[in-house]
Design a protein around this ligand. Structure first.
Ligand code: ADP
Ligand code: MG
Length: 361
């Protein structure tokens, strides 16, 4: 690490010096990585009997992240993890990443080192190899493009389109927290902009802030499926909110579904913060994005294999296409799921929510 007090302009190192600086001491964890950073291309040898999964996410400053409240190291970590999540959503394990970065001259070498520290940390945690990239200048702002390569056995790859009638709709973890974390950060940003002397008040929101700033990919669930001999019939990761992802599964599977509102798993702080912002908590789960949990369907005969998992909640059931995609309220009303702007629920009085939500009020 360079002297923390001293910042280095990018031009001081030049492109090759910069790449060397950013990519030194990168370990290799996987046998499938034959050659990592350092030549014109990385060399990857897919494991016998496995298929390769490839995905990319592009992050643009001001569109996908705001450096006012996103620490650079977290940004690097998140950029990698959201890609790992896409591989998990195919029931695969991420193995390699390639990172493209476009950066304007307002960034220093130390700033890029922070981003890379986050990417490298994610790679270490998930045992993914960082095998290459490209570095270029941008006229303004920062772009990060991460391509991930993963693997899965052919017969375990899980698509969005395989849900069958009567399959159980399940979700991992809890929902809505990342969106509530974002609202807290945006609120504190406004306070700060109005009066830069004000310190942000982030107290007591550790969990939801972490869910926004440092999400995790559920590769642990992919391993659980393998250990328990479960192949979900369909799966997607929740990047845009439960409603939108459920509709993807139903549309691609040509099926309908019922989601039971009171079953949707939510953390207590998510619930309280939603109320504080005047948002019906269920809305945060349905339409708030970036939770990076897995939404999947399993056959009813696999229920015994998941019923004791603390990480998995059954929230609904797959129905015939003609039934539509519906939310069942605690008082048994059916509401059509909408991907955005879910007016019917928004207009409901928050005090008329479920008894279990009330009791946790
Ligand atoms: P080329 O001119 O052929 O694109 P580069 O000089 O850009 O080659 O890259 C040299 C090596 O460094 C390659 O292995 C490449 O994958 C890697 N590399 C370049 N930029 C990055 C980066 N931002 N992050 C990680 N690896 C990088
Ligand atoms: Mg290059």
């Amino acid at each position: 690490m360079s002297d923390p007090g001293k910042l280095t302009e990018l031009s001081a190192l030049g492109e090759f010096g910069l790449i060397d600086q950013l990519t030194k001491n990168i370990p290799i964890h996987n046998k499938s990585t034959v050659k990592g950073i350092g030549d014109d291309a990385a060399v990857i040898k897919p494991a016998a009997g496995k298929q390769m999964l490839v995905s990319k996410d592009l992050l643009i400053e001001g569109v996908h992240f705001d450096l006012m409240y996103m620490p650079l190291k977290h940004l690097g970590y998140k950029a990698a993890v959201v890609n790992f999540s896409d591989i998990a959503a195919m029931n695969g394990i991420p193995k390699q990443i390639v990172v493209g970065i476009g950066v304007s001259s307002k960034y220093t070498v130390e700033a890029l080192e922070e981003i890379y520290a986050g990417i490298k940390k994610a790679c270490e945690v998930y045992k993914v190899d960082f095998v290459g990239g490209d570095t270029t200048s941008s006229v303004s702002g920062l772009f990060i493009s991460v391509t991930v390569i993963g693997e899965a056995k052919k017969d375990r790859i899980t698509y969005r389109g395989g849900a069958q009638v009567n399959d159980l709709l399940c979700v991992t973890g809890d929902l809505g927290a990342a969106y509530m974390g974002l609202l807290i950060l945006e609120r504190e940003k406004k306070v700060f902009q109005a009066n830069p002397k004000m310190q942000p008040d982030l107290s007591d929101h550790d969990y939801i802030l972490e869910r926004q700033l440092k999400p995790e990919a559920r590769t642990d669930i992919v391993r659980y499926f393998s250990d328990e001999n479960i192949i979900p019939t369909s799966m997607i990761d929740i990047s845009d909110g439960l409603a939108s992802e459920t509709m993807h599964i139903c549309k691609d599977s040509n099926k309908g579904c019922l989601i039971y509102e009171e079953k949707i798993p939510m953390d207590q702080d998510t619930f309280n913060t939603a109320k504080e912002f005047g948002i019906v908590p269920t809305i945060a789960a349905l339409n708030g994005g970036e939770d990076y949990e897995l939404l999947f369907t399993i056959r009813q005969s696999d229920y015994d294999k998941i019923k004791n998992s603390q990480d998995i909640t059954v929230i609904g059931v797959i129905t015939d296409n003609s039934e539509g995609t519906k939310l069942v309220t605690p008082d048994n009303h059916l509401i059509e799921l909408k991907a955005q702007g879910w007016d019917a629920l928004k207009k409901r009085d928050p005090d008329q929510l479920t008894s279990n939500q009330k009791s946790s009020d």
